[in-house]
Design a protein around this ligand. Structure first.
Ligand code: USQ
Length: 389
């Protein structure tokens, strides 16, 4: 298959490229290098060493994985995106080229606008380019479990049966996102459902949980790391906690820490995405997966990290509860379905408690780099104080 990865330079894009190439697919890469730039702006960096995009492309060739065609540019520019699609005509698009940080989107109006315009604009350009140039292609788009929020009932995979005033229908499940970033994904989902309805585009909308980890089989085999962010804006929960444990920094649990999220290892995220690419939807189908392995509360995670770090480094790790910088429920019901990927053949290969040990060991290797990032760990972006004009 010829697969275009939009956002190939990112945390998930890069290991996905390694996986697809090693499975014999042809890969076209697109990236504006946006994440590198925005992470540098908050004085942060990837803890793991990552090559420049040029060197990544060379490394793929040197390791016998083949040559990829790379386009540097912004998917929010329709002329650029149309040119890429016309020149390459992929069978599948994996769309990861979005602003992916909830805290970034909550810094202020300018970041909120950037997130909403950038994310919705890119996806809109893509569905138009697909309809005009490759209407039979498959779009696998990264959404987020955070689109659903934390309702007091079970969360289905996209749609559910509703009975109201004596009539029934099968409808999209209501969305209650918790940041402008998460809302941008909800708006994308609505736009994708509409593009599917009017133009019959083949679409997989992936509601992914929080991804953690430093490794996949190919990263380990070729020693070609993906980025690993740990600052308060770009880093996510478990990756941050593991780094904090290595640095002897008190783990930053927000609020009571009873809030629950679905988690998935990087290896399993890549496995699920590959499955979704190789087992396409039917012609004209719009399908939704909830992509995570298990759900954990923040308190469960911090305790697991503290326990593993103690066993590994013989160090007592403190857990500190900060006033929650976010507006989110801290005590809630959480029971999202996640059957569809298993029905497609997905079997989880990693388990979170064991993975914590491998992250701790990897971060320990790069602890000097992590040490330089100490000043960007403390939470500063407060939802209620998001800056206006
Ligand atoms: N949290 C802490 N301490 C921290 C960081 C986070 O307690 O130091 C808590 C937050 O309050 C939140 C939970 O951990 O309740 C998850 O936060 P996160 O920063 O790990 O993840 P989130 O902002 O939800 O976003 C991340 C990715 C995003 C993806 C999403 C999946 O950045 O791209 O879509 O995870 S999900 O959370 O399922 O929506």
């Amino acid at each position: 298959m010829k697969v275009a990865i939009l956002g190939i330079d990112g945390y998930i894009g890069w290991p996905l490229a390694l996986r697809l190439l090693s499975r014999g697919h042809e890969v076209v890469g697109v990236d504006s290098l946006y994440t590198r730039k925005r992470v540098a702006e908050v004085n942060s960096d990837s803890v793991t060493p990552i090559l420049s995009m040029e060197d990544r492309i060379k490394a793929l060739e040197e390791n016998g994985l083949g040559r990829i065609k790379f386009y540097k540019g912004d998917v929010n520019d329709p002329d650029f995106l149309y040119r890429v699609v016309k020149e390459t005509k992929p069978d599948t698009f994996v769309h990861l080229a979005e602003q992916r940080s909830a805290p970034y989107s909550m810094i202020g109006l300018s970041q909120a606008r950037e997130t909403l315009m950038q994310n919705m604009g890119g996806t809109l350009n893509l569905v138009y380019a697909m309809k005009d140039i490759v209407p039979k292609a498959h779009l696998l788009k990264l959404g987020t479990m955070g689109e659903y929020g934390t309702p007091n009932i079970d969360i289905p995979e996209g749609f559910f049966n509703v009975k109201y005033n004596g009539r029934e229908d099968y409808l999209p499940f209501p969305k209650f996102a918790g940041s402008w970033y998460h809302w941008s994904k909800v708006h994308d989902t609505n736009n994708l459902m509409f593009a599917n309805r009017v133009w019959k585009l083949k679409i997989t909308d992936v509601m992914q949980g929080v991804v953690y980890g430093t490794q996949t089989s190919e990263i380990n085999k070729y020693n070609l790391y993906t980025r690993f962010d740990i600052d308060e804006v770009w880093g996510t929960a478990l990756n941050r906690f593991c780094t904090q444990a290595v640095l002897g920094y008190a783990l930053t649990a927000y609020g009571k820490g009873n809030q629950r999220r679905g988690f998935l290892s990087l290896e399993d995220s890549i496995k699920c995405l590959t499955l979704g690419i190789e087992k396409e939807p039917e012609e004209g189908e719009y399908r939704v997966y909830n992509q995570f392995d298990e759900h954990y509360s923040i308190n469960e995670l911090t305790e697991l990290v503290a326990k593993r770090a103690k066993a590994l480094f013989n160090r007592d790790v403190e857990i500190k509860h900060y006033p929650n910088p976010r507006v989110e429920k801290e005590d809630h019901y959480y029971n999202p379905e996640h059957k569809k990927l298993k029905e497609l053949g997905y079997k989880p290969s990693r388990n979170l408690p064991e993975d914590i040990e491998s992250i701790l060991k990897d971060v320990y290797k790069f602890r000097e780099k992590a040490e330089n990032l100490r000043s960007v760990i403390e939470p500063k972006t407060v939802w209620e104080k998001s800056k206006g004009n």
